[in-house]
Design a protein around this ligand. Structure first.
Ligand SMILES: C[S@@+](CC[C@H](N)C(=O)[O-])C[C@H]1O[C@@H](n2cnc3c(N)ncnc32)[C@H](O)[C@@H]1O
Length: 215
């Protein structure tokens, strides 16, 4: 059932630079090397592949299964080219908000460009992986689609997902690179989240503990 809303609006980009993709090739390539990011060519190839994936399996269907509704605040962590961010922005509508977060400079750039083209002014792009500007307890659903396998140390970032989620917020995870058991272990092992529901494609987690209790 759909409930929950966050009335902040505005298509914006977070303060720190590479919102700033345009800020300079040198800076972008330094970030890419430091974080072992895909090359721009690899990212573009992935975007084409995801275009086909999203045509065959529309993100809106997955987001409905995840529980995304009008007025919600959604965080798409590792948004990539933005198939889920853009679909979520349409679903949450003008009263809702989508944070699209990605370490790859081309990801935030393409999501921002697509949001402008489609006049979706409820998407905020956040370059990098820091969520410090997102208020605690403000997010209804964190999307973690096809990203978990990429995270070398998921605990610190899990604490951030836990912080930004509302008390009844959901962490929605899908990762075809991981077996179900490893995925469950990676998310529940830290003690911050517990499994709430498991569908054909999605694992839905809810908050289990305060971060202090988990350490
Ligand atoms: C395979 S893509 C998935 C994109 C999107 N979630 C989807 O399914 O369409 C993974 C994305 O996660 C991003 N990523 C990986 N690790 C990250 C991290 N620690 N913080 C932010 N983004 C990350 C990558 O740059 C890449 O764009």
């Amino acid at each position: 059932m759909c409930e929950g809303a966050n009335n902040r609006g505005g298509n914006s980009c977070h303060s720190e630079s590479p919102c700033g993709i345009g800020d300079g090739h040198e800076k972008a390539s330094k970030i890419m090397k430091e974080h072992h990011l895909q090359s721009n060519l690899d990212f573009r190839l992935m975007s084409m592949e995801f275009g086909l994936r999203d045509w065959l399996r529309p993100p809106v269907k997955i987001l409905q299964e995840a529980g995304v509704c009008s007025g919600m605040t959604v965080l798409d962590f590792g948004c990539g080219p933005g198939g889920f961010s853009l679909a979520a922005a349409r679903m949450v509508g003008p009263q809702g908000r989508v944070y699209a977060v990605d370490m790859h400079p081309l990801a935030v750039k393409s999501v921002r460009a697509a949001a402008m083209r489609k006049a979706l002014n409820n998407i905020e792009t956040i370059p990098g992986n820091g969520l410090v500007d997102i208020p605690a307890g403000s997010v209804d659903i964190v999307l973690l689609y096809d990203v978990l396998h990429d995270l070398s140390d998921p605990i610190p970032i899990q604490m951030e997902w836990h912080r930004v989620l509302k008390p009844k917020g959901i962490l929605s995870v899908s990762d075809h690179h991981l077996k179900g058991e490893s995925l469950l272990q990676m998310i529940t092992g830290g003690g911050l989240f517990r499994l709430a529901d498991h569908g054909r494609r999605l694992f839905q987690f809810e908050k289990a503990k305060t971060p202090e209790a988990a350490t």
